[in-house]
Design a protein around this ligand. Sequence first.
Ligand code: HEC
Length: 204
Amino acid sequence: MISLRLPGVLAASLLAVSLPLYAAETAPDAAAAMQRSFEAKKQAGMDRLQQDEVQTLCTRYTTATLPAEAASRIQQASLATVKPPSDGQYLGDYKAGEKIAQTGTGLQSSDDPAKPNGGNCYACHQLASSELAYGTLGPSLQHYGKLRGQSPEMLALAWRKLYNAQADVPCSNMPRFGHQKILTEQQLKDVMAFLFDPASPVNQ
Ligand code: HEC
């Protein structure tokens, strides 16, 4: 710790000078640095750096500092993007859904755009008890359907979460799978079945 060896006054003045500069310069500098250092490659174009309104607000504020009006704007705008399944059926094939949850490829320049994208759910969630490797950024979804049942309200809530997580949790860290067209309608149904089907490994 270098600062411990500095005379107190000097350390304090360094802090006082460096903090405001840091706060004032970081955001535009970071945007400019990203513009300079990224290059368009195949399906990963420079448009990826353009934030929509939700992303702009969630970059400016943390969930703790997000003003109430901004939070409700995000929720309402996000809710308006959610399309229920066109045939009213929420549940597809849980086996296909498990593969989607396990697959972390898609949308990167090195990925084959002809192949379906994955949902990478295990990067953030515990799901099937048999899968030992999972991230903890999101809550555990172990026994999801077993614990919650399949009421129409529960199915609609989970669909909304997958379609656009911001509709219920402004500035959620979960990808907006339906809204951003990361997953297709059929893939969303398959992932829903993975969560809810009593035979799914999630519910064993
Ligand atoms: C980058 C991390 C991340 C990924 C990837 C991710 N999630 Fe999430 N998820 C979260 C976070 C954070 C929350 C809690 C905040 C919220 O509800 O939006 C959450 C919440 C949820 C919830 C609501 C939990 C509850 O208690 O009702 C469900 C269901 C869910 N995720 C399912 C999925 C599925 C299925 C996938 C894969 C298709 C997935 N998530 C991928 C981060 C992620």
